[in-house]
Design a protein around this ligand. Sequence first.
Ligand SMILES: *Cc1c(COP(=O)(O)O)cnc(C)c1O
Length: 362
Amino acid sequence: MKINVTRSSMPSYEEYCEEIKSIWDNHWLTNCGPKHNLLEEKLAEYLGVKKVTLFTNGHLALETAIAAFDFPKGSEVITTPFTFVSTTNAIVRNGLVPVFCDINEKDYTIDVTKIEALITEKTVAIVPVHVYGNICDVEEIDRIAKKHNLKVIYDAAHAFGVRYKGKGICNWGDASMLSFHATKIFNTIEGGAICYNNPSLEAKFKSMKNFGLVGEEECEYCGGNAKMNEFQACMGLCNLKHVDKYISDRKRAFELYVKRLINTKGIILLNKQSDVLNNYAYFPVRFDGYKYTRDEIKDKLAKHDIAARKYFYPCTNEFKCMSAYANKTPIAHNVAKNILCLPLYHELSDEEINLICDIILK
Ligand SMILES: *Cc1c(COP(=O)(O)O)cnc(C)c1O
């Protein structure tokens, strides 16, 4: 049996069929129907934020969140290269210039001590990324942003359900993007959202995901189409009922990995962050001075039909399409060279985890 790096969470077939049944009564398939609206409400409650606006995927949620602030073209946005390429693309596709800040080795998020040196008169925003469910130093980012009058838009794709000091993580910054892609902890097949506390942003976000239309005869913004449909929303409504169980099952898997791999020379695990309620989204392992390299371990696992993923690798500022913006981020490059995400999903069994650890340790 092949072990994949992840396995999408699904409700039972019967449960999903029950949820989609009413769609055959109202024939309302998309355009902010009742399922879509109910999911927005339920997510705001679950995540502990004032507002959630759903999107057809996380990328377009982030791209739209950035676009909504109308930054002048060519403005600079401080961000991290240790992320999925979506983050950087969302900045560049808005006609903005990504300025890459290095990460810290402790939790792989943006190094807040290096942000201020990168601020120029062209800087308009910071787009930090919560990585693997580890959160950024949100308080320090908040302080810097207020001091320099910058917007903060978080890529929180990895941070669904994470809480900091008892509060939902999406309460920080002007807006946070979540991804509900099939591979994420909580999925709507494809899907995403912008979470925010300022209700005056709502009308704009809603309009911009629907071509920029306001009413039937007026187009206020040059928007695209990024609406979540009713079938996606139904998958979300079902998965949301089980997400606490998905997370507690991941915690079990995560803790067994830690028990097996901790205190192994040359294997570096994620550090626990204080005051953070984690979501156990990923299990990244860094090989630094271990008897095998990251690539050798990946190959050994592959020989046993176990798929681990070099995630994130390479850094986004190493991609060809970003060559115009590449500046040096040595820590991010070093981490990306040595990191490997091991399989982690709620149905992963203890036997499978033990097998994976045996192969790594042997
Ligand atoms: C998944 C992911 C995205 C993109 O989300 P989609 O829903 O796949 O569009 C963006 N950033 C990060 C860090 C991600 O992991």
